[in-house]
Write a protein that binds this ligand. Sequence first.
Ligand code: MV4
Length: 678
Amino acid sequence: MFSKILIANRGEIACRIIRTARRLGIATVAVYSEADRGAMHVALADEALCIGPAPARESYLDGAKIIAAAQSVGAQAIHPGYGFLSENADFAQSCVDAGQAFIGPPAAAIRAMGDKSQAKSLMERAGVPLLPGYHGADQHARLLEHEAARIGYPVLIKPSAGGGGKGMKIAASGSAFAAALAGARREAAAAFGDQRVLIEKYLPRSRHVEVQVFADAHRSCVHLFDRDCSIQRRHQKIIEEAPAPGLEDDLRKAMSRAAVTAAQAIGYVGAGTVEFLVSPDEAAFYFMEMNTRLQVEHPVTEMIAGIDLVEWQIRIAAGAPLPLKQAQIARAGCAIEARLYAEDPARDFLPQAGRIERLDFPEPSPNLRIDAGVRAGDEVSIHYDPMIAKVIVWDQDRPSAIARLRTALGAVRSIGPATNITLLRAIAASEAFLRDAPDTGFIEQHRSDLFVPEQPASNATLALAAIGHLCARAAVARREAELSQDPWSPWSRQDGWRLNEAGEETFRLREIAPQGRDDVTIGIVYLREGWRLALPDGAVFHARGALGADGVLSADLDGWRLSAVWVRSRDEIAVFRNGEAAHRFALVDPAAAAPHPSFSPGQLAARLASPMPGRIITFLVELGAAVEANQPVLVIEAMKMEHTLRAPSAGVVKAFKFKLGDQVAEGVELVAFEAEAT
Ligand code: MV4
């Protein structure tokens, strides 16, 4: 067994691996980039080494630095986590060549499954069901077109060198094939440096069901049941669950058997996932791809099987046999995972960066697990995946697990970068999610239920904001009086005397989030105990409140006990009401002038600024070009995603303010336009 392992990853998965290694008595070494100096995984590990600047390709993707770090601290093994180098066959091989055990599959297995065409050929030979398709070496356009016609439209063209949906193109008919092929080849060459493609019959409605497999180095292989990951947005999984709901038992068994066959066919070792498409109509399943890493969603399998998959990974990498035989592995209940991302739903889920002011989760329990990679005070960086945490619940049956998920998500309080919590809550609360087994079109099919405009703040919310600011102002003044030791300060009096002689005042509250609502004026009358609050619509509350040392305001509104949070650094009150999106309020200082817009509306219309920090990777128009409103102008890369930026209005491109490859900050002007005279 290893005495020290290095975790070549960051965020929640690094923390998660460290927790298991610690439980096994194994020393842990973290690596981190300069941007992650204060990160959670660095704090958790026994040792930590800085391996380079923030950009992943100079740190977490630099295999040589990682191996050198492992050698320098006397680690015996390297755990790659997921993403980064976890499916890089050359890195896996380099680890072994350097005498480091790679806690993952053999490099040959990674390589074989990394080529989606080769993978399909291997599966075909092993008798694993495939969709009708073509995955040969001959890539002549005419042959591919002939194959597509043989398969029957619609067909899906996929890059052989990549997975996860990147570069896939649907061709609905023969006339559309050539263009779809050209697009797929262009994107495959850009994304993977390899323009080979494969073709498959396109399944319009499908479920994404995957089977967890585990093999040891002694040719034993078991499955650990299935997971449904159909609820995705742009190929990013949002909700995953185990087992996949509503599958016929014989279909489930056939898939699990096929998954084990697939793993054995390639001499697999370690944790792996065989991904299938299930056609809900024909109750048939088809091999998609095999992921040769531990997946983000592995906790739902751990919760229904009662197994620690990272412990198994470490033990198997150290040469141990599988801890259990298939007959000893049983599943119980239902587990569901929700992924919390720093993304702004109001900006089409654009990844967000910035400081996390506050991040409160419900107390974990045997039914609730929180795998987080960040905590309050940390920065979500533009350089890495914006996933903040995973909320995983377990219960005896699916309805009970869904109920737990709703409660757990309702209790999450996050202040800082926008997150997708509202979407997660809407999915967990949706009748469709409870009733049906989801398919990959779930989000689009139920868009109107899932994307509801945020409700205006209720009177209770406004009253809480007012009380919160009253208490926060008092706390600040008291603190200042203490620090200044000013005996004459009214706040220094110990007789509970109140500051405001007049006994009443009005507050103007400005709602920071959601934006765009008018300021609200609230009348406040000081009472012997608490205050009487008069709301704009005439409602009145008799309220008391106290701010705890942790910034949580506990209030009583006519006997109704409610709470809110004071964000000291921003002097905002955030009101989280049982699962609603947070309403955040600042106190409008009447003396402060209204913020002067730095641009006239016309100028704003003609401004193309970067929506977030990123790197310019493509210009899509020439200097001097006349563009339509909303026409794609350039592409920036940030947080492993590409974002196409569009012309804010019709006009002429007067100047590019940056060149290809430049790193740009949020809000900076990228292109100077001369807006068309409207
Ligand atoms: C498909 C498919 C339908 N028909 N292949 C997506 C990424 C990778 N896991 C394979 N994927 C799919 N392959 C055929 N022949 C549907 C998916 C798919 C999907 C496609 C478009 C939009 C979202 C999707 C989510 C999951 C799976």
